[in-house]
Design a protein around this ligand. Structure first.
Ligand SMILES: [Mn+2]
Length: 329
């Protein structure tokens, strides 16, 4: 069980206005956590603004309350008693214009489950054993006796589903299932979440998968597998880069692979890298070599350079990491 601390509980109870935000390119946990907490606070009469650097991707528009998420410009000049940053390792991962807004907040609360969290808040509710930030939020709301409506439950449940890959990843624990069960009891719409998250893919995103699979590579030892998505491929298919999020599961699903890597060209000489590991490799440490981080089994970083340069650099580092592991054994 996590501890909110007396200060955290006091702040949430007494503050009248809240500003909620999460990391750049928000994923399902970030979005579901922001909206879920936003709705729960609004239900008890609090004034809540939710801001995001990027608009909520269309695939998450089904979430009840998704219209609450606005741009930083929407709250410009307002002051808030409390700022809550969700699912974010450090303030530098907030979009710059969002980060600035937190200067206009009273107490800053940091709620997260990444091992690499740097405890930037005045109050830090961080538990790296939680499968998702939403799992921590469920406990925070329960401890504060804040009611969980079916809409709040659906948001938190969707967050759990995305961060655990529909309860498949290694972060799926007894507590995660317990929280999922309690959310279903409170009216979370399982069918809606599964259908909207897993069965609403665009034809374009499947075509992007086709192109991505043509780049699938495996190292000599058969332990590192990777794929690349270029901006041109995205453009050709009329896809947004976010639609390539799940593609990393394909290299990861190959027998014998320990580290899977997905390279996404996000700008001129800028590549976003996703890492997954299957059973022993610490990809948080690997991503850390390139200024990124995350979790033991899932992490990411952004590296400057062309796709080819970055691919060579990062795959070398991954192979080198596994080579050193083999030497130890
Ligand atoms: Mn998360």
């Amino acid at each position: 069980m996590i501890s909110i601390g007396i200060q955290g509980a006091e702040v949430i109870k007494t503050a009248g206005s809240f500003l909620l935000a999460s990391h750049m390119h928000p994923d399902g946990d970030a979005i579901g956590s922001m909206i879920g907490l936003g709705l729960a606070l609004r239900d008890i009469g609090k004034n809540v603004a939710i801001i995001s650097g990027q608009p909520v991707p269309p695939s998450y528009h089904f979430l009840p309350g998704s219209e609450m998420v606005s741009t930083p410009q929407g709250v410009h000049g307002r002051r808030f008693d409390c700022g809550i940053v969700l699912d974010c390792t450090g303030l530098e991962r907030l979009p710059e214009e969002v980060n600035k807004l937190f200067d206009c907040c009273g107490t800053l609360i940091n709620i997260d489950h990444h091992v690499s969290n740097d405890f930037f808040g005045a109050v830090n509710i961080v538990d790296s054993s939680a499968s998702a930030t939403a799992e921590i939020l469920y406990q925070v709301l329960s401890a504060l006796k804040i009611g969980i409506s079916p809409d709040v439950a659906t948001n938190l449940y969707a967050a759990l589903v995305t961060d655990t890959g529909s309860f498949r990843y290694q972060n799926t624990t007894n507590r995660c299932h317990l929280v999922a069960s309690l959310l279903l009891e409170r009216g979370a719409d399982h069918h809606l979440v599964q259908q909207c998250l897993n069965e609403q893919k665009t034809l374009a995103s499947i075509r992007l998968l086709q192109k991505g699979l043509s780049t699938l590579s495996l190292d000599q030892e058969g332990q590192v597998a990777w794929m690349t998505i270029s901006r041109l491929n995205c453009l050709d298919e009329g896809c947004r880069m976010e639609e390539s999020e799940d593609l990393i599961n394909y290299p990861k699903s190959i027998a014998g692979v320990e580290i899977a890597v997905l390279f996404k060209e996000i700008g001129d000489h800028e590549v976003r890298i996703g890492f997954r590991s299957k059973s022993f490799a610490d990809v948080n440490a690997l991503a850390g070599r390139f200024g990124g981080g995350g979790h033991m089994r899932a992490a990411g970083c952004t590296v400057k350079g062309t796709l080819q340069e970055v691919e060579a650099l990062v795959i070398d580092a991954a192979r080198d990491y596994l080579q050193k592991k083999r030497e130890v054994l």
